[in-house]
Design a protein around this ligand. Structure first.
Ligand code: TRP
Length: 452
């Protein structure tokens, strides 16, 4: 089985995406998600947004604008898991489990927090003035985002590298304390795309909301045109040769042009194309490339309930991964049911594991199936039909090998997957999600190999 690379990144929902965000993050992420080997998790980091912004209207608007931008930009929600962080209750729950192992000293070193403290000290304020626990714990929440889904690669800007390192640190500590030799969490790596364009803004500095030098992306053609007209250029008159390599207008053009378009534009500038003309070329180029997406954006914004539906489906997909994993983690730290066997300490766990057994049988049509029965005879699993006994046997063997089980919930039941195939289902349809999760726990325990 080839394991796909799980790529995960979050977008803090405090602003309106501009051209720089599009070229620097959105476009490359959408392209990366089209790779057959990529298993992409992209989400709106709206819990993180609350740390930076206490204006509900702005939070809400930004969440919608960012969702619409990614969708209009061509993100295929059937390929990727696209969701709102705040739709996944398992995230704050995991955040707490991680908070309890995260060293305070580690968080003291976080750049964003330190910068706030330094600023306070400089201005003679109390060091902690205006600093919330949200800001302080920001890296733990981000670690939960990443570790919840066992992401391999985390595409981020340079300012976020430290946070990914902290996620590794915290994840490792949890593995060490509760894993019993098992690695619950995959160690994530920050992915910094060197080749990706950092666009200059109107004044030539990096395009950024904080410099107020951005070119709007999808608001309207007119807004885009107006911003382009404000791009700072040198004072060479029409007819005078321009220097493309020292013009951020040219850099902006480059980021969206084909090689041929770029060469043509370069030649024209060298031949003395006026800046006014040059700006209108840039507008034509951007409008040609982004016009259709802008239409889609406005359609999406005018039908928020469609977006709501898409995001809820995304949340469901994400939770199908998060819920069973969190159940395992709760189990590991000792938050266990009083009634089911999973609640028992290690010795009883072994007994349960020993006593669980597979029973194979043949259907009338000649196909092979098996059941998994727990120690007390409760049926935990029923397999699908296999053409021959060997195939069924191979699956039971794999299930007992101790590999992490891929269990996917389906309403109040669940399925077990191996190598991209559903191989068995829960026999029971449980009364509710909690009962179902108990069933999953019992299954996991039954399939945990004994150590002796
Ligand atoms: N902190 C990130 C930023 O501001 C956003 C974010 C939140 C994130 N959770 C994440 C990025 C998890 C990557 C992975 O850019």
């Amino acid at each position: 089985m080839t394991t796909r690379t799980r790529i995960l990144t979050g977008i803090t929902t405090t602003g309106t995406p501009h051209l720089g965000n599009y070229a620097g993050a959105i476009r490359p992420a959408i392209l990366a998600s089209q790779d057959a080997n990529a298993d992409s998790f992209y989400f709106l980091a709206d819990y993180h947004a609350l740390i930076k912004c206490d204006d509900p209207q702005r939070i809400q608007r930004s969440r919608m604008e960012i969702a619409a931008t990614w969708l209009a930009g061509g993100l295929d929600v059937n390929r990727v898991t696209f969701y709102r962080q705040s739709d996944i209750p398992e995230i704050p729950e995991l955040t707490w489990l991680l908070t309890c192992v995260a060293a305070k000293g580690l968080l003291n070193r976080a750049h964003a927090y330190k910068a706030s403290v330094d600023k306070n000290v400089e201005t003679g304020e109390d060091p902690d003035a205006g600093i919330t626990m949200g800001l302080y714990s920001y890296p733990v929440l981000m670690a939960a985002d990443i570790l919840m889904f066992n992401a391999h690669k985390v595409p981020v800007g340079r300012d976020q590298i430290q946070h990914v390192e902290m996620a590794r640190d915290i994840g490792q500590r949890f593995n060490h304390l509760f894993g019993n030799g098992k690695e619950f969490f995959t160690m994530p790596e920050a992915l910094i795309e060197e080749s990706v364009a950092t666009l200059p803004g109107l004044d030539g500095r990096k395009m950024s909301k904080s410099y107020d030098n951005t070119i709007p992306l999808f608001t309207s053609a007119k807004d885009m045109k107006d911003a382009i007209s404000r791009i700072v250029t040198d004072s060479r008159a029409p007819g005078e040769a321009k220097d493309p390599d020292n013009s951020h207008l040219f850099t902006l053009f480059q980021a969206f042009a084909t090689k041929a378009q770029e060469e043509e534009f370069r030649a024209e500038l060298l031949q003395g194309l006026g800046w006014g003309e040059a700006k209108s070329r840039l507008f034509q180029l951007l409008d040609g490339q982004l016009g259709e997406a802008r239409e889609r954006y406005h359609q999406l914004m005018s039908r928020p309930s469609d977006m709501e539906d898409l995001l809820l489906i995304g949340a469901q997909k994400a939770r199908a991964v998060a819920a069973p994993f969190l159940a395992e983690l709760r189990e590991a730290v000792g938050l266990r049911s009083f009634v089911n066997q999973a609640a028992a300490p290690v010795a009883a766990k072994k007994k349960a594991a020993k006593a669980a057994r597979f029973v194979s049988f043949r259907e009338d049509d000649g196909s092979f199936r098996f059941r998994l029965l727990s120690a007390d005879g409760e049926q935990l699993l029923l397999s699908r039909n296999f053409a021959d006994g060997k195939a069924a046997g191979a699956v039971t063997k794999q299930l007992q090998s101790g590999q992490t089980l891929d269990i996917r919930t389906e309403k109040y039941g669940f399925n077990v997957w191996l190598d991209g195939e559903c191989v068995a289902e829960s026999s029971a349809i449980y009364a509710d999600a909690a009962q179902r999760d108990v069933g999953i726990d019992t299954l996991r325990v039954a399939l945990t190999p004994t150590e002796d």
